[in-house]
Design a protein around this ligand. Structure first.
Ligand SMILES: [Fe+2]
Length: 203
């Protein structure tokens, strides 16, 4: 599998390239910035961009969708509830096939109602649900701390060795693991739902 974490834009965003070495098909995840750079990287690796996958509909994750689809013919994949133009609406536990790579969708509302995480090949793309050492904010439109509580607990059901790749470079390192986050992320400390909701209200 070809996998690239690409720092882009001015909000410390990460885009991701998921490529299948055999079919040379690829998905671009959250290509909101520096589309030229992302497409050039794909070209140099001999990859055809078949899909754009959005973790959620915030502008800093979807801003390049149109440019990518116009230039590559890629189909946009997003959660069924996402307001963005999408060709392939997905829901929890759906699978997207990128060549031979199966990408599993985990619906994780809380930061945004249409948020999805992507699980494939021992890697988890967490978008703005989980960062290294932090979780996503829930005070924007559509945010919901109670739903975030369930979403984070769902991610914590995954094995410790699953690698975590967030949607922003906000942490002490650019990626981690579920085990590392379980141990070190203060937002994931054991709390009741009520405690978590209160915790998210604190500055
Ligand atoms: Fe966001």
């Amino acid at each position: 599998m070809i996998f690239e974490q690409v720092p882009v834009g001015t909000f410390q965003n990460f885009s991701y390239i998921i490529g299948d070495e055999t079919s040379k098909r690829a998905a671009l995840v959250d290509p909101a910035w520096e589309v030229d750079k992302l497409l050039q990287m794909c070209k140099e690796m001999g990859l055809t961009v078949s899909y754009v996958i959005n973790t959620h509909s915030h502008h800093d994750h979807v801003g390049g969708n149109l440019q990518v689809t116009r230039r590559t013919g890629a189909k946009v994949v997003a959660h069924v509830s996402s307001p963005v133009h999408k060709d392939i609406p997905v829901k929890d536990r759906d699978t997207i096939k990128v060549g031979n790579i199966s990408v599993e969708v985990i619906h994780t509302p809380g930061h945004c109602p249409d948020h999805i995480c992507l699980l494939f090949g021992g890697k988890l793309l967490t978008g703005d649900t989980l960062f290294v050492g932090e979780c996503g904010r829930t005070d924007l439109a559509g945010g919901d701390s109670s739903k975030m509580y369930d979403s984070l607990n769902r991610l914590l059901e995954l094995d410790d060795n699953i690698e975590v790749y967030p949607g922003h470079d906000y942490g002490s390192k650019k990626s981690s693991t579920i085990g590392y986050e379980r141990q070190n992320n203060y937002t994931l400390k054991k709390r009741t739902r009520e405690q978590f909701i209160q915790f998210m209200k604190e500055p």
